[in-house]
Design a protein around this ligand. Structure first.
Ligand SMILES: Cc1ncc(COP(=O)(O)O)c(C=O)c1O
Length: 379
């Protein structure tokens, strides 16, 4: 089945009692046991919920995986995956990860005896050099938030398999429509489904997908034991959204490519970061492992004051945290999403005070360009 068919049908079946075409919201915390010791396979809402199961199966299919696990946020999914590991384990993490992931690892998980190295995983030799005897996990974000750096998934997988290290890719920026890390041999895929998967800026959610039976068993145990599960209504909303994921991603991509082409020629922008730009150092790699460039563009405006003037000059793009919704958003990562990343680390990967991240929505492309031009005229 092709993507646009899977997004609508995978994991969905007409409901047994009524034939309802749309999976109902099973808003229940528990299920009646007919007789003591007898259940219909459903015992307690944290453990299992039919609306959640439908979404999990849908997302697993979209990532070409066998098993999906949904969580109450992207961060809850990150927390779940990191609890696969034990004190004394060493973890390699992409240096330019989402600020909240860095904060979780550095300010909470490290207190439980796990060791982290933040590495430019775009350079496979740097990743290789960071491996120690106790390295158990490589956690990669590709493309990264907000620098859009790309890690070569084939080389990552060969290295990790050779050294028997588990891998996880945060695929939030590409969505399953543009990139499927499991196809490259990666063990686990993570999404903040708050972003493109839900796409309407009205739900917080996360998910993990794998094809490995043993990892799936562990994740199911963690999901049930730690209990950061999403509400049935949120699962239903996300499932409604995945039905249009392909169409939305195509529209995000089309608008972002057009904006990138115009901004590349604009002298007021000193640097543009977008995988679809030929100026991107990994433009060829992006074409090889991704089927599109996505809707996120970061631009360097040269100073904090210019970044502020630009953000405040926009009318359609709203200044807001988050990304991946149908509406266009703008964010100043240093003062917003990446505030908890230390300056030395930000400097290492070029996250400056003058950098602004655009989440290009699916509004009319000409309106968006006009909005950007108006804001640039304020610099
Ligand atoms: C790449 C990436 N991963 C994970 C997260 C965390 O997801 P959530 O906000 O749904 O907890 C975010 C949030 O912005 C993100 O951008």
């Amino acid at each position: 089945m092709k993507f646009a068919t899977k997004q609508i049908h995978a994991g969905q079946h007409p409901e047994e009692t009524t034939g309802a075409v749309i999976t109902p919201i099973f808003q229940t915390s528990t299920y009646s046991n007919g007789k003591l010791g007898e259940t219909k396979g459903f015992d307690y809402g944290r453990t299992i919920n039919p609306t959640r199961s439908a979404l999990q199966n849908n997302l697993a299919a979209l990532e070409n995986g066998k098993y999906g696990f949904c969580f109450s946020s992207g961060m809850a999914a990150v927390q779940a995956v990191i609890t696969l590991f034990k004190p004394g384990d060493h973890i390699i993490c992409t240096d330019n990860v989402y600020g909240g992931t860095y904060r979780l690892f550095e300010q909470i998980i490290k207190n439980y005896g796990l060791e982290f190295s933040y590495v430019n995983t775009s350079d496979i030799n740097e990743t290789k050099k960071a491996i120690k005897n106790n390295t158990k996990f490589i956690y990669v974000e590709t493309p990264t938030n907000p620098m859009l750096n790309i890690t070569d998934l084939s080389s990552l997988n060969s290295l990790a398999k050779e050294k028997k290290i588990l891998t996880c890719v945060d695929n939030t920026f590409m969505s399953p429509y543009f990139q499927n890390p499991l196809d490259f041999g990666v063990d686990i895929v993570l999404h903040s489904s708050t972003k493109y998967i839900n796409g309407h800026s009205d739900v917080i959610g996360g998910c993990l997908i794998t094809s490995d039976d043993k990892i799936a068993e562990q994740l199911k145990f963690i999901q049930n034991s730690a209990g950061a599960v999403p509400a049935p209504f949120d699962c239903w909303l996300i499932m409604r959204s995945t039905k249009t994921l392909a169409q939305r991603m195509k529209a995000h991509n089309e608008n972002a490519v057009a904006i990138c082409r115009t901004l590349e020629k604009d002298k007021r922008i000193s640097k543009i970061y977008y995988p679809g730009s030929e100026s991107h150092p990994q433009f060829e790699l992006a074409k090889k492992q991704m089927r599109g460039s996505g809707g996120i563009i970061s631009i360097e405006l040269g100073s904090y004051d210019k970044a502020v003037a630009f953000c405040n000059g926009l009318k359609i793009f709203q200044i807001a945290e988050s990304l991946g919704g149908v509406e266009s958003l703008v964010c100043h990562p240093v003062s917003m999403t990446h505030g908890s990343v230390p300056k030395e680390l930000r400097d290492k990967f070029g996250l400056t005070d003058g950098l602004v991240r655009l989440s290009v929505g699916i509004e009319d492309g000409e309106d968006l360009m006009e909005d950007i031009n108006n804001a640039l005229s304020k610099l």
